[in-house]
Design a protein around this ligand. Structure first.
Ligand SMILES: Nc1nc2c(ncn2[C@@H]2O[C@H](COP(=O)(O)OP(=O)(O)OP(=O)(O)O)[C@@H](O)[C@H]2O)c(=O)[nH]1
Ligand SMILES: [Mg+2]
Length: 203
């Protein structure tokens, strides 16, 4: 699997988009990373890129307010702004909702979504809404259960089963990961390989 990883070229930041006119179009498949604020989206991207500071990791939640695009060679990752952060104004929340709506409106341009959920907690109502949204728009997704280093293997397994049940997906579609220990990276890369192969068949 490290060989697959070696095939990922150095990832580069492309651009940030604050609204739909700034969303990028690309011939490469776009994989989006979504999840509530502070769940570990930026850390997950840094783990994939094998870089510490490609995507900004913040101690303070709710910092990523833009769609940030990263070029991974064969595909593009889009880091979406986190949802469900309590301490923002209603207007700000609406702005985020609209941004996500606009982003998924052109759903054919989105090859896959990594929906991040904290492995330690039951999915929040925002998490569930996000996944319902993905089902509704028929956007294929994989759940990334983050911060697995915080739980024992037995607890992780229990949580993965729980998340799969709540999201009505298979246990294989929930990958326990840790940006600290790089647990799960091999499975994520395998998943990306599959997504890219599917894209080639469609083309
Ligand atoms: N222990 C542990 N901490 C993590 C992990 N991933 C992220 N964190 C921590 O969680 C906090 C938030 O991480 P980010 O990657 O910035 O989360 P985000 O989802 O991008 O947050 P926003 O951009 O604000 O929505 C930081 O303090 C990270 O160090 C992990 O796998 N294990
Ligand atoms: Mg972030």
């Amino acid at each position: 699997m490290e060989k697959l990883l070696a095939k990922l070229p150095n990832a580069e930041f492309i651009t940030s988009a604050a609204n739909k006119s700034q969303f990028i179009k690309s011939d490469k498949p776009i994989i989006a990373v979504c999840g509530k604020s502070n769940v570990g989206k930026s850390s997950f991207i840094n783990m994939l890129a094998n870089r510490k500071k490609l995507a900004k990791v913040s101690k303070e939640p709710g910092r990523t307010r833009l769609v940030n695009y990263f070029d991974f060679g064969k595909f593009i990752l889009a880091d979406l702004p986190g949802y469900g952060f309590a301490r923002v104004s209603k207007a700000e929340k609406l702005k985020w909702a609209r941004l996500l709506d606009d982003f998924f409106a052109d759903k054919d341009s989105i090859a896959h979504v990594f929906a991040l959920a904290d492995i330690r907690h039951d999915p929040t109502s925002d998490d569930k809404q996000m996944v319902e949204y993905l089902y509704y728009y028929l956007v294929p997704f994989t759940v990334i259960a983050t911060k697995a280093d915080k739980l024992s293997k037995a607890q992780q397994s229990k949580s993965v089963t729980n998340i799969a049940a709540i999201y009505k997906c298979g246990k294989d579609d929930v990958i326990a990961t840790s940006a600290e220990t790089r647990q799960g990276l091999d499975r994520v890369i395998e998943k990306i390989e599959t997504i890219l192969q599917l894209g080639e068949e469609d083309a």
